[in-house]
Design a protein around this ligand. Structure first.
Ligand code: NAP
Length: 255
């Protein structure tokens, strides 16, 4: 299936040291891409693990540390990708945080940090990527949103998180429209409940069984199940898709 191949593509993945971002980065390499891996310095061990698994596939990997809330970190990282791997053609913006607090008690700083990382971080990432992709009129950007951007998770006190993800979905559509006539596609993936370190948070430990019960397919997603959607949106297989929010939730939002 040549349509889904990413041979000769250079990809950049944020949040690549853990969870969904790590698995998608490896999946892009499985499809043939060389991959630059960006995460916080605190995730250096995870980045090294991701890079090792990509190199074992015979693909090139570049690890880069920084913070998606810092435009300068992203600009430096994209420069490093172009200098060390080649022209950036695919980006997956996956870095994100989650936590829970009742809205009436939510400190403004916690609200702001969630918006800064999950929404502004995706905007700044896409901006840095587009600055090199737009002049070449070639590129595919995939933003990782969440089904929480479309629905409110029963029992989870995370108005700040849900709002940030709703913002990512509309940001994706807005950027897709701004850049559609310059060869750049922008799409989102909205995962449902997925088995990653994020769901090992103490506040959701008790809820994992409820997540499984409430998901029509009767279980949580594995990170492997995000690879197909990401490769699809990154590759020529989705060449007429832009502004799409691809919901990968085991049917959750239908109920
Ligand atoms: P994860 O395992 O915690 O991975 C997120 C990665 O992003 C971590 O390596 C984290 O680093 C990094 N990160 C956090 N803040 C950052 C920043 N400011 N700059 C750069 N990197 C940063 O989480 P995940 O479950 O894979 O989630 C990945 C994405 O999928 C998130 O956007 C999340 O909202 C979304 N999502 C997850 C689920 C789910 O059920 N897991 C469902 C829907 C959507 P540290 O570990 O060092 O903080």
């Amino acid at each position: 299936m040549q349509l889904f191949r990413l041979d000769d593509q250079i990809a950049f993945v944020t949040g690549a040291g853990s969870g969904i971002g790590q698995r998608i980065a490896i999946g892009l390499a499985e499809a043939g891409a060389d991959v630059a891996l960006f995460d916080l310095a605190a995730s250096e061990a995870g980045l090294a693990d991701t890079a090792g698994r990509i190199r074992a596939l015979g693909r090139r990997a570049l690890t880069l540390t920084g913070d998606v809330t810092q435009a300068a970190d992203l600009a430096k990282a994209v420069d490093a990708v172009e200098a060390q791997l080649g022209e950036l053609t695919v980006a997956v913006n996956c870095a994100g945080i989650a936590n829970a607090t009742a809205a009436e008690d939510l400190p403004e700083a916690q609200w702001q940090r969630t918006i800064d990382v999950n929404l502004t971080g995706v905007f700044l990432s896409a901006q840095a990527e587009a600055r090199v992709m737009l002049p070449r009129q070639r590129g595919s950007i995939v933003n990782i949103a969440s089904m929480s951007g479309s629905i409110v998770n029963r029992g989870l006190l995370q108005a700040h998180y849900n709002t940030s993800k709703a913002g990512v979905i509309h940001l994706t559509k807005s950027l897709a429209m701004e850049w559609a006539d310059r060869g750049l596609r922008v799409n989102a993936i909205s995962p449902g409940y997925t088995l990653t370190p994020m769901n090992l948070r103490p506040e959701v430990a008790e809820q994992r069984k409820i997540f499984e019960r409430d998901t029509p397919l009767g279980r949580m997603a594995t990170v492997d199940e995000l690879v197909g959607p990401a490769v699809f949106l990154a590759s020529a297989a989705s060449s007429f898709c832009t502004g799409v929010d691809l919901i990968v939730d085991g049917g959750f939002v239908c109920w």
